[in-house]
Ligand binder design. Sequence first.
Ligand SMILES: Nc1ncnc2c1ncn2[C@@H]1O[C@H](COP(=O)(O)OP(=O)(O)OP(=O)(O)O)[C@@H](O)[C@H]1O
Length: 236
Amino acid sequence: MAIRAEGLTKGFGQGETFTLAVSDVSFEAYRGEMLFIVGPSGSGKTTMLSMVSGILRPDSGRVMIEGEDIWAMGEDALAHFRLHRIGFVFQDFHLFPRLTTAENVAIPLVIQRRDWGEALTEARRFLDIVGLGHRADIPPVKLSGGEQQRVAIARALIGQPDILVLDEPTASLDGDTGRNIIGFVRREVLNDKRCILIITHDARIFEFADRIMTMEDGRVTRIDQGGMAHVAHEGV
Ligand SMILES: Nc1ncnc2c1ncn2[C@@H]1O[C@H](COP(=O)(O)OP(=O)(O)OP(=O)(O)O)[C@@H](O)[C@H]1O
């Protein structure tokens, strides 16, 4: 098992403005799995995954990653966890327009204080993996939406994280491009050591899920088998 969330709870604000964003959420996610998190806007999906990813401290509950409670770690260990164990892909890509595509992909290695030349070589290797090696030297603004999403995926993968979180990865893409991207992630990025969590509203990509977890009003209301549920997983 990759992740076990236990009783995660998080509220924002005080008094009349208090919102209980996530309320007593527990679930498990496995290596080799693509778990989709769906539900209406405001149901707590992003808040819940921020707690799982070591970004947002829960008010109560635990996040066990490979048996280790990430919120019991010191700041340095938690920063190391975020840098080395988790990769993020955001809805609107978050690419830097003044950097080249390769430089964008190299950023996590630069933060890890790796040599710049070495980081760029590695970035080109990951751009090749997402089929964009020939775009390495141009700024990402010259790329299509689908290509920019691939760059964001390459950047999330360059640290070789075992957990990958994608927040609405197809929201800015047309239907075919979105399906192609998630199909690519399923084929080329998922492996039996890696766990991929995807927040999405996009029913056109549900066929790529192993399981689909629904949140409503801060709670998990159901977990369904997705289109790839027949695939066997380690530890299930
Ligand atoms: N930083 C914050 N401060 C105050 N309230 C917040 C904050 N972040 C989230 N919330 C509130 O918590 C609730 C859950 O928000 P969250 O973004 O987790 O939902 P979501 O399911 O990811 O929504 P969406 O699909 O629109 O992204 C909402 O009512 C939201 O307004």
